[in-house]
Design a protein around this ligand. Structure first.
Ligand code: MLT
Length: 401
């Protein structure tokens, strides 16, 4: 009899965001027509910027004519996009060769796919609270997972634990879900530790575009020693509104070797075997993000989400609810008032004010008692959510901060 991958038996019934979607669908079935304010999954609400739309239209037109038509794309990414991304790093004084940049169909896809490079016996360390796909994808592969908890005492930015020797370490900065951002010294300590023990850092930089503080690196390759220990996974989802359009990129330096094998070359081997690349049209749209006008236009959208975060933070300040993030990051991580569990708080907000957030327990055991709000909703919904929060909690939370 065929034996399926028995590691799936170790997973929770459903993935965090799928579980929440199911709960919302059942709520809407019982309360049809309710206006829900979705501050849960980090899905953008603004359309793609004009520069990207123009490039997408023009690429569609290219596909209509024999002279400009494109069939299969290079598996690791179109040269025009790999070069545009390498130049973009170059403007920030990070020298990359285009062949160190791999175009992907999105960071979440890539975070799962990249695990092909590592033995199923390798030991993975996840700094929690964490994006739940890190744990789920490694559970599917049967890897041993070390959970390194963080909390308010260390600002949700844990230091390396010298007593363990993981092979693969996930870092996410700005962090999803806490919004915490590593400064240069903190990130350097992780790089030095990884180099000392021969580990590889998987640096999830999906939210780098939200960083304003110049003391916080937007790329791990701003720091010395990263080229021998880090892989950086980036996304246009939140940076440029590509959640539904899908495009990301991954940087694997040429110097990244383990056991005499070169991880950049291994990824070329993997991609040329397992994908036929990302669509020409989408890669053209993505390349517009890296033009001067594209960069200006995406900044306008990022500012809109930052202002949304400001609106939510103001309401929490008025209510005296303690929170983290919201600055240099699109997520606000709040302490559930009244010491409620995060799922109880989720239900309370859903039932009483129809505001959706994400329960902290979904990001690891140490997320219990916390709740995540996203700043990616529309301005109207964000203002309405903050009004409802203020009206509902006024009087309940004074002194909670
Ligand atoms: C989140 O809400 O954590 C993210 O939007 C999910 C994702 O990027 O897949």
């Amino acid at each position: 009899m065929l034996m399926p991958n028995l590691n799936y038996a170790q997973l929770k019934d459903s993935y965090l965001f799928a579980h929440i979607s199911k709960r919302i669908a059942s709520y809407l079935k019982e309360h049809p027509g309710t206006r829900l304010l979705r501050m849960g999954i980090g899905d953008v609400s603004l359309p793609l910027c004009d520069e990207v739309i123009r490039a997408l239209h023009s690429a569609v037109e290219d596909q209509a004519h024999a002279e400009t038509f494109h069939g299969y794309m290079p598996e690791c990414g179109a040269p025009f996009l790999r070069e545009a991304i390498a130049d973009h790093y170059g403007k920030r004084k990070i020298q990359l060769s285009p062949d160190e940049v791999f175009v992907s169909s999105g960071a979440s896809d890539e975070l799962g796919d990249i695990l092909d490079l590592f033995e199923s016996r390798s030991v993975v360390q996840v700094l929690e609270p964490a994006y739940p796909a890190y744990v789920d994808a490694n559970t599917m592969a049967g890897r041993t997972i070390l959970h390194l908890n963080s909390g308010e005492d260390n600002g949700f930015l844990p230091e390396p634990d010298e007593s363990v020797r993981p092979d693969l370490i996930y870092l996410c900065s700005p962090n999803n879900p806490t919004g915490a951002v590593f400064n240069r010294d903190q990130l350097q300590r992780w790089i030095d530790y990884a180099n000392a023990i021969g580990a590889v850092l998987l640096f999830d930089a999906a939210y780098e575009a939200f960083i304003e503080d110049p003391t916080c690196p937007r790329s791990i390759f701003e720091l010395s020693g990263a080229r021998t220990c880090a892989i950086e996974i980036c996304s246009l989802s939140k940076t440029a509104g590509f959640t539904g359009t899908r495009l990301g990129y991954t940087v694997i330096p040429r110097e990244l070797n383990r056991y005499g094998m070169n991880l950049n070359q291994m990824w070329v081997r993997n991609r040329t075997t397992k994908t036929n690349g990302v669509s020409y049209i989408i890669q053209k749209g993505a390349s517009a993000v890296f033009t001067e006008r594209g960069q200006q236009q995406i900044q306008a959208n990022l500012s809109y989400y930052k202002e949304n975060a400001g609106i939510l933070m103001k309401a929490l300040d008025e209510l005296g609810i303690r929170y983290y993030g919201g600055k240099n990051a699109p997520y606000i991580w709040l302490r559930c008032p009244g010491n409620k569990t995060s799922w109880d708080f989720f239900e309370e907000l859903l039932e009483n004010i129809q505001v959706i957030g994400t329960p902290g327990a979904g990001f690891g055991a140490c997320g219990e008692g916390y709740f995540r709000l996203s700043s990616f909703a529309s301005r109207d919904d964000t203002q309405e959510a903050s009004k409802r929060l203020l009206a509902y909690f006024s009087g309940q939370t004074s002194g909670a901060k």
